[in-house]
Write a protein that binds this ligand. Structure first.
Ligand SMILES: C[S@@+](CC[C@H](N)C(=O)[O-])C[C@H]1O[C@@H](n2cnc3c(N)ncnc32)[C@H](O)[C@@H]1O
Ligand code: SF4
Ligand code: SF4
Ligand code: SF4
Length: 381
């Protein structure tokens, strides 16, 4: 007899026991279950606060950073507004809050806001470029522990750093990473490949490996916001494949390549479907530096003003728009849907509005051909 999928956590545990799921997998399944529930119940569990668009670096691919001439510093939201936003989001169910920017550690009220959020029993994630971790900051994080500090690294030498960020910051960021590690703080490294980083990506992966720290490689670049004046500077599909091959070789994974003729074509000409597939606007949200609420900081074409109309009403609007968001025509019935980064924001620069970005489709097929996605996992209709 097939058992019905569980309605609550007790039933989930019973379900996992009956199905002989290994206990090591329980936590992952519980998180997935809670995430699905939050989306069904429209609970905004994960918040991303873009405290400032300003930054001490000027990365050439950055989709957010504005310089002094592009935005008036006096318009930054005061700490009291962020506290108000956090309180109202928490009342609706926010559990996690990610502080980002620009560089959030340059936001004038960072320390005060950070303490407040941790004391409010929120799980706080800090996204940083790693430049401003002096002794006082480390003490702050030791006393008020974050759930995670994510440091992006942009080069394996001073020259490489400068080519991406405009600043020779390698030594300083590297030493700060060691400091964070020594303090025993939860750390993850982020690597964002771009046409300015090129082959240095592999050197950065090796560096993260040698530091024995968790790390992630950003799988795609977003189109920078219009007011940044920047254009997209993504790597080519071949370059991404080169990076994935390098990662596989580090982890001693054997890849089973297949003939291109065996690789299924993506489904084109399906029916228009609606509703964002990831958590954006469904269980997660972004608040931009000007206080506007959006489904995700990379998807800011739908916004509401929580400081004017109240968080609850603003969230209802964003949630409703996200549940009814038209997804690219081709993606609706596509065989690659499950594997395809499921990121609606990546299609913003598609040649035709409402359609998918063909570079992404080609990447999916290359990933199957190269053995990164096993052929039998492609769901055929
Ligand atoms: C915008 S930054 C803000 C936090 C911090 N300043 C940093 O660099 O980590 C957050 C993350 O976005 C990545 N990023 C920058 N530009 C991007 C783009 N065009 N598309 C996707 N991710 C990007 C950064 O490398 C970083 O890992
Ligand atoms: S350090 Fe982060 S916010 Fe600053 S310019 Fe680079 S990517 Fe953008
Ligand atoms: S972008 Fe992905 S899901 Fe959409 S059509 Fe292309 S391969 Fe399919
Ligand atoms: S997958 Fe894309 S749209 Fe969804 S939250 Fe992530 S960046 Fe935003």
């Amino acid at each position: 007899m097939t058992q019905q999928y569980p309605n609550n956590l007790f039933e989930l545990i019973e379900f996992m026991r009956n199905q002989n799921i290994p206990e090591a997998e329980y936590w992952k399944r519980i998180c997935k279950f809670l995430e699905t529930k939050s989306r069904k119940l429209h609970i905004p569990v994960h918040g991303n606060f873009e405290l400032t668009p300003f930054c001490n670096f000027d990365c050439k691919m950055c989709y957010i950073h504005l310089s002094n001439g592009q935005y008036d510093k006096r318009k930054l939201l005061p700490v009291s507004c962020w506290k108000q936003l956090a309180d109202s989001a928490r009342k609706l169910g926010m559990r996690d809050v990610q502080l980002t920017g620009g560089e959030c550690l340059t936001y004038p009220g960072f320390d005060e806001l950070y303490k407040y959020l941790v004391e409010s029993k929120l799980r706080v994630f800090v996204l940083s470029n790693g430049y401003y971790f002096d002794e006082n900051r480390i003490k702050l994080f030791e006393k008020y522990r974050p759930k995670l500090i994510q440091v992006s690294i942009y080069g394996s030498s001073e020259e490489a750093y400068e080519a991406v960020t405009g600043v020779k910051a390698f030594k300083r960021v590297y030493e700060n990473i060691l400091r964070i590690q020594e303090a025993g703080l939860p750390l993850k490294i982020a690597i964002t490949p771009s046409s300015f980083m090129r082959e240095d990506v592999e050197a950065l992966i090796s560096m993260a490996e040698s530091l024995h720290v968790k790390y992630g490689v950003n799988p795609q670049l977003m189109l920078p916001r219009e007011n940044t004046g920047r254009s997209k500077s993504d790597l080519t599909n071949d370059e991404y494949i080169r990076i994935y091959r390098f990662l596989s070789s580090i982890h001693h994974e054997e890849l089973k390549t297949v003939e291109r003729s065996q690789v299924p074509e993506e489904n084109h000409g399906g029916q228009q479907q609606y509703g964002i597939r990831c958590g954006a606007g469904r269980s997660s949200f972004g608040i931009k530096h000007d206080g506007s609420l959006c489904p995700c900081l990379s998807l800011d074409d739908i916004t509401a003003k929580p400081l004017e109309i109240g968080f609850e009403q603003a969230w209802k609007y964003i949630n409703d728009m996200s549940e009814n968001y038209p997804i690219p025509l081709e993606c609706g019935d596509c065989v690659y849907q499950k594997h395809c980064l499921s990121c609606i924001a990546i299609h913003k620069d598609a040649p035709e509005k409402g359609h998918c970005n063909p570079v992404v489709c080609e990447r999916m097929k290359m990933l199957v051909q190269e053995g990164f996605i096993p052929l039998d996992r492609i769901c055929k209709h």
